[in-house]
Design a protein. Structure first.
Length: 520
């Protein structure tokens, strides 16, 4: 099918979703470089609103989707920064088989249901095929040793999550993600983009932290941001990060800040004073500095939300690359083969819960990762909890396919904060074993409230059944959207435990201690 027809179908589907959600649009994107703003009354209306409502009052576009990736090497690229402050510049490295290409920068948000605004576009640029992947002998780390292709200034770009779309003259397209991070998070609801997890799964060049040409045994022990992302360049962002970002920006007057995992690593005090920190749909890889930062702000009244499962599961270290600090993620997944094992056992890179220095994620998330893959209904246990207000659920309400492919549960065999309230208790079978997945909420003496969805399909449900699949329904989307809106609103108001203290129901739930998968 021609690319223009595919894009037309995507636009038609997006229009249908927007109309179903009761949205009203603003019109087509401005064609000029840097276009997207209103004039006259529209500009006055936007100026009167707080950020990001003022930003989302501007003109959005449907034309941000990729419709044709082309051949694997048709066009691909990466940036020399994961994030930049507003006004800073970054370089983009591009390889393409086309004679020319251009770059379009889309800010991702709500924009009347269109989900993006075009903020900048380049002119036509000369294309060239760059060198193939370089693979380090000892760690099997893959890099793309390319020459820079262009420098992009973010002057005038609002803070937020961006996708650069590389458009080859041949019609092939790929994304390059970049975050324009917030200078401060004080008084804000912070959206943390899980870039360490994106990179851990990135198979560009034949190796990731999970796989290699011979499977797991040939995996990388380190991965680098100095290479493109695989597939369309932003698959994990679109599945796990974009849905809650769009919903947050849709909410009127919600003060939002944007950061990435690497920003927390580089600036450990960055989250101080935030009202809430939201870990999005898949946020698995944490350094000691990242973990310490979340624990610190929670203990000082900042609310936390984990809108996925398997969060904070892997312990990582960072290293520098030729392009800058914190561009290399180290994770051996086995303490015994980590060179730090005989130097500093607290720094070895395996699962946080494992020896030689076990620190299970449940100390912060409240729940404990258990098994995958699975696909099961999400079953409501505590419909009267404030997080489920307005969703219309009852005890036992089921949402097919909403648990999976990874899940967490409350496990009394491991440490977790109390009081803790189980909100959903979903029976399932994984690896031949009957068990449960749990959504949970707890509060701590600082007043902070912490929510854990316990399933990676929470944010998938927010995409709607057509994009999520797995048997999810529109009812699951409405449920996940409303519950997440409740979290945004209550967490923005300050330490949620002061108004919404958790009330333990573990005596009624009777969660089974131990796990057949972890030997606990």
């Amino acid at each position: 099918m021609p690319a223009r027809n595919v894009r037309s179908l995507l636009v038609a589907a997006a229009v249908a979703v927007a109309l179903t959600a009761g949205c009203s649009g603003h019109g087509a994107v401005a064609a000029a470089s840097g276009g997207g703003g209103h004039g006259g009354r529209g500009a006055q209306r936007a100026a009167a609103l707080p950020f990001p409502a003022s930003e989302n009052a501007k003109r959005g576009t449907w034309d941000w989707h990729i419709t044709d990736q082309g051949a694997p090497n048709a066009i691909e690229g990466y940036a020399d920064h994961v994030s930049v402050l507003p006004g800073q510049s970054f370089r983009v490295f591009v390889s393409t088989t086309s004679r020319t290409y251009r770059v379009l920068a889309f800010r991702m948000g709500w924009y009347g249901g269109r989900k993006a605004r075009l903020v900048w576009r380049s002119g036509r640029l000369p294309g060239r095929v760059q060198a193939g992947p370089r693979i380090a002998r000892k760690t099997r780390m893959v890099t793309a040793p390319w020459r820079p292709s262009l420098t992009v200034s973010t002057k005038g770009w609002p803070q937020g999550a961006y996708l650069l779309r590389l458009d080859a003259r041949s019609g092939a397209e790929r994304y390059v993600p970049i975050t324009v991070r917030s200078p401060s998070t004080a008084g804000k609801v912070v959206m943390v983009l899980g870039v360490t997890t994106w990179e851990a799964y990135n198979l560009w060049g034949g190796h990731s932290l999970y796989d290699g040409p011979s499977g797991y045994s040939s995996r990388s022990y380190a991965v680098s941001f100095d290479r493109p992302y695989d597939q369309d360049g932003a698959e994990r962002f679109l599945v796990y990060d974009q849905p809650p970002i769009a919903l947050a920006e849709r909410m009127y007057r919600l003060p939002i800040a944007y950061e990435t995992d690497t920003d927390i690593q580089a600036h450990p005090g960055l989250l101080n004073g935030a009202r809430a920190v939201f870990s999005l749909g898949h946020d698995e890889y944490y350094s000691a500095a990242m973990r310490k930062a979340l624990l610190h702000v929670r203990n000082h009244g900042t609310n936390l939300a984990f809108l996925g499962a398997n969060a904070m599961y892997r312990h990582i270290r960072f290293a520098s690359s030729p392009l800058g600090p914190d561009r290399v993620i180290i994770c051996y997944k086995d303490a015994a083969i980590d060179p730090m094992y005989h130097k500093d056992k607290a720094a070895t890179t395996q699962n946080w819960r494992d020896p030689p220095d076990p620190r299970p994620e449940s100390v912060i998330t409240g729940v404990f990762y258990e098994c995958n893959p699975v696909s099961a209904p999400y079953v409501v246990y505590d419909p009267k909890n404030w997080i489920f207000a307005g969703t219309g659920v009852r005890k036992g309400t089921r949402f097919p396919g909403m648990v999976g492919p990874e899940y967490d549960r409350v496990n009394p065999a491991v440490p977790f904060p109390k009081p803790l309230e189980v909100l959903a208790h979903s029976p399932l079978t994984c690896g031949g074993v009957s068990t449960y997945a749990d959504s949970a909420y707890y509060t701590v003496p600082s007043g902070a409230g912490v929510f854990a969805a316990g399933t990676m399909r929470w944010t998938c449900a927010m995409r709607g059944p057509a994009l999520c699949g797995h048997g999810l329904t529109s009812a699951a989307k409405r449920f996940a959207d409303r519950a997440t809106q409740n979290l945004f609103k209550a967490f923005d108001a300050g330490p949620a435990g002061r108004k919404h203290p958790a009330r333990s129901n573990l005596a009624a739930v009777k969660p089974a201690p131990g796990s057949p998968y972890e030997g606990t």
